[in-house]
Design a protein around this ligand. Sequence first.
Ligand code: SAH
Length: 367
Amino acid sequence: MTYELKKQIELKGLTKEEMGHYFETIYEKKFRADQLYHWLYTHHVTSFEEMLNIPKRLQKILETDCTLEVLKIESVHSSETTGTKKYILSTQDGKLIESVLIPDDNRTTLCISTQVGCPLDCKFCATGVMGYTRNLTSAEIIDQYYLVSRDNPGKITNIVYMGMGEPLLNFKNTHKSLKILTEAQNTRLSRHRITVSTVGIPEKIKELAESWVRVRMAFSLHSCFNELRSIIVPINDKYPLETIIPNLRYYSDKTRSRITFEYTMFKNFNDRDEDIEALKKLMSQIPSKLNLIPFNSIDHMNPKGVSKKLQATPYGRIMEFADRLRQHDLTVLIRDTQGDDISAACGQLAYEQAAKGRASFNFDEES
Ligand code: SAH
């Protein structure tokens, strides 16, 4: 005889409203959701037993119906020089993902993943080389925050969706996780401290602008010229800059926030004087700031084709590039190469851990 196991509910993937509905289905009051949120996001409990104001009989029901932990910490790699910590986490079906904790002067940022691997195939990115396996569930996105924060109590001040994957190609779960994080007020994370980084999926940028989850938006620009951007970011052929920029402007208007343009710098490719001119023009059209990212070489992965040719812009040129733009009153930051020694820079997540098998991804439909 075969039994079909009832799938357990991933509690950390539920918004407060969904949790309230769940309690109603088991004839409990909706306010239990507030209690659970409190235990989960203020006390970071790991079992139902620790939820003191939840009656024993209800704890038993929750134990049967629901799961609390959906990820497990496999290993932690700390950088001696910068204090950056890379967490390798495993899902229940044995896939590996990464989250990176990056301390800075007055903030500590957690960089989280939204997919196992990534379907975008950007030519300079280690995750791209791994290929794409699957979307993370909303609980798996939240559990990264939960686990790392329990390991570093009170430390995390900011979250960036800049790890493995493209958040807006996993829109439903990304959006839900943003809702959960902003609802769990005791996390101290306001929407101003959460940033979603995207390659630029026009209709999803618009959809996020129109939802009430108004977090900050970063856009991986890398070049103001379509011909060049398409070489390193192949999805630019499908969504060229002129389809993305108006949606970013809309996002900025709706959320009254500046867009961060991320710009990884490649020698003689996007660090030329004409790139400075194009950036000046673009940034005058949209409330924004520019984040210049030194390229973290992926040579250790034996890249082929375009990837093999890409070289980092020398630091002196990055400084000069930034200064020339600052002379025009533009905000330009240069990102530290945090955690180089543990290959932990966001977006350059360890490929050697890659799950086997490369699934295909339909860009028009979420899977
Ligand atoms: N898919 C999303 C988020 C993941 S990539 C996006 O495209 O924005 C997050 C950032 O890491 C991107 O801005 C990307 O440019 C940067 N990145 C990826 N690989 C890198 C590398 N090898 N060196 C420097 N920056 C890199």
